[in-house]
Ligand binder design. Sequence first.
Ligand code: AMP
Length: 498
Amino acid sequence: MADSSIPLIERAKKHRERTAIATLTGDFTYDQLLEVSWRVASGLLAGQKDLGGQRVAFLTLRDFDYPAIQWGIWRAGGIAVPLCEVHPPAELNYTISDSGASIVVSHPDFAETLTPIAQNRNVRFLSTEQLLGADRRTLPRVGPERPAMILYTSGTTGKPKGVVLTHANLEAQITTLIKAWEWRREDRILHVLPLHHSHGIINVLCCALWAGAVCDMLPRFDALGVWQKLVDGNATLFMAVPTIYFKLSETWEKSTPEQQQVMSRACRRLRLMVSGSAALPVTAFHRWRSITEHTLLERYGMTEIGMALSNPLHGKRRPGHVGTPLPGVAVRLVDEKGTPATPGASGEIEVSGPTVFKEYWERSTETKAAFRGRWFRTGDVAVLEDGSYRILGRKSTDIIKTGGYKVSALEIEEMLRTHRRVAEVAVVGKEDLEWGERVCAAIVLEEDAALSRQELRKWGKERLAPYKAPSSVVFVKSLPRNSMGKVIKPIVKKLFGS
Ligand code: AMP
């Protein structure tokens, strides 16, 4: 029996003949995905009736194997723990050990790294090739309340925590986006994001497969390759993080006027381009619009809650804002005491509803601390302006308390970015006896540009309230970023002394 009780997989039967996954080496139908994931599930079960929530850590290439293995784990009753291909062995080992994975699945390309980890931990090691061709066996029924996936958070502070998402969570996270962004089976999305993070897994891959659309997977992100694919392909959708839009803009600017025309025209064929996972600088929003005529749709979300806020598909998208709550997602702003913030005041974002995760894996204290009743405390601070939310940043790293004022690092970054010689900027607060915290800025200058600290501080003081103007400035060649392109603020902080 190959019946599945998982809605995402059940739905695939409606689109059997259609292409599900397109790769550089070939296209794969929904039927193939159903068939191969059945084999994978059978191979994983190896005679057991149900994996019963065993964790299966897996690392594949960015191609058809990924959904085939992911669906196989789910169909066998396991919990999928996707690994990140650019993580060093120590981090892979951490994820495998923290999740208590009993099986590690690896593409042969990663076997050299993963085999010793699996051996040391005494867990089953299976190659993707072995699983994809396994004999089909009866599969268990898997209910919506069962955990489907553990995703490890970026861990900018402390050790990464495993976010447990149930099948019901996944369904809620997928369907809210299907509705809000009007996904349909005629869609085709170009997938260039990492596959260990919810942006790439849920917003792109799972939504495409839920809709019966085509997910066009590129083996890796490289700006020229993406442009080429946009020009040659027939994508209708694109979703990325701000750094990717930054790199694509840079490549466009370095192209000849003829190439630029072709590239811009190609983008105009898409119906929607989305940005998220980090604040989209207003400068990047305008730059992309002038290149492609696309008004990027910025949304806000988090591994623990999926997507919560989004600019509208139809209607005005405001730069620097993340819009309104998505269907079925309840959002509120609260003050330090948990009382709803007064209109116009900033507050911490709290979210509740079926998209909110079940728990942090084996961390009951952290799970408890992350909730206020039914509300998940995101740790992000925002303000509601004319009906649209604006993110001020993470409470822990972006809200700087200086001289009795609370200032948003993101706001200061926006202002500093408008200096024509500034390419990138990260603002942090550094403990200070006199001020509580000092505003410090790490700056990457435009190519061949020169600017002194004094000039920049003077410029800042003319445009920002005195307590917001950075008192310390360092110039760096690049900012430290994680695999999602997010600036790692604790590392930036170290640039200003310990
Ligand atoms: P992750 O769980 O890795 O997706 O990271 C979620 C965090 O990214 C949120 O808690 C926010 O701090 C940040 N984030 C996501 N989207 C946005 C956005 N559009 N603007 C500002 N910050 C964002």
